[in-house]
Write a new protein. Structure first.
Length: 288
């Protein structure tokens, strides 16, 4: 119905007492024929619709302004961020650690991040970040305006590392030998065999990784995460080459790997006497 649009003096298009029709051509009802209460409700409804219209227009303007500023509205969710599953820095860190174990990075020599980046086919940034991590671990030293010098180590340092490792790992392994059931030791068989496979081909980097994986798996059975972390860090440091030291021969790697399998066999058999002898011998020869 129209409100406030009837002209003064206009007469209804229907006879008195006849209701207006509901067709599209229905005559408009003069305001003086609409009850006062109904007119009030209609006025309130009209004002409410007006406010809704104004709010809709305001939201429309806000949306246009947001799009003009490059902002996302509720109807346009922001695009998801790309997730990089493989970190270049982590890959470079692994490659540098392998180069340290293999002796490709010579103790005492200084290496620049750009030169190493060119070697690995990456920019200097991930190399520099990886080298900073190795500096924290003690593998290299920062040389201002030059790069990083590979730390020079001596036999005494290696013997000290082996002693500390034995103080931590030997009691734990002996304790585990008394409490861990045989079937849980059997699960570690592939790890012991991996050390033998790496030693057989003389791959020192692969052997170092599989060696740490075996010891880490054994210590994990203790349930002490801090112990595992500390022992693994000491183990890693003990694998760096000595300054002007002899290259580890394949026969030495094979002998060390054989101790892993023999130790695992004794643990499965719960032969505590053999376990104790093998564990102590393993760490006594850790400075080979």
């Amino acid at each position: 119905m129209e409100q406030g649009s009837a002209r003064e003096g206009a007469r209804p298009a229907y006879a008195p007492g006849v209701s207006p029709c509901t067709s599209g051509n229905a005559a408009r009802v003069p305001q003086d024929r609409v009850p006062e209460q109904a007119r009030g409700r209609q006025g309130e409804e009209g004002r409410a619709r007006g406010r809704q219209g104004e709010e809709g227009q305001a939201r429309g303007r806000q949306g246009e302004e947001g799009r003009a500023r490059g902002e996302h509205t509720h109807s346009e969710p922001p695009a998801p961020r790309a997730v990089h599953r493989h970190s270049v820095r982590s890959q470079i860190l692994d490659a540098l650690r392998a180069a340290l174990v293999d002796g490709e990075l010579v103790p005492g020599q200084v290496y620049s991040a750009p030169a190493l980046g060119a070697r690995f086919g990456v920019s200097a940034t991930p190399v520099r970040e990886a080298m900073q991590r190795l500096a924290v671990e003690g593998a290299v030293e920062v040389v201002p305006n030059r790069g990083f010098r590979v730390t020079e180590r001596d036999p005494r340092e290696l013997a000290e590392l082996a002693e500390v490792r034995a103080l931590i790992e030997v009691p734990v392994m002996l304790s585990l030998a008394r409490t861990v059931p045989a079937h849980r030791w059997s699960v570690l068989r592939p790890l012991a065999e991996a050390t033998v496979a790496a030693a057989a081909v003389g791959d020192r980097a692969a052997y170092a990784e599989s060696d740490r994986a075996f010891h880490r798996a054994v210590l994990t059975l203790s349930g002490n995460e801090q112990l595992v972390t500390v022992a693994d860090e000491l183990h890693r440091r003990s694998q760096w080459p000595l300054v002007a030291g002899p290259v580890t021969r394949r026969a030495e790697l094979l002998a060390d790997a054989a101790e892993h399998t023999a130790l695992l066999d004794a643990l499965i058999a719960q032969d505590l006497t053999v376990v104790q002898a093998l564990v102590r011998e393993h760490f006594n020869g850790a400075d080979r």
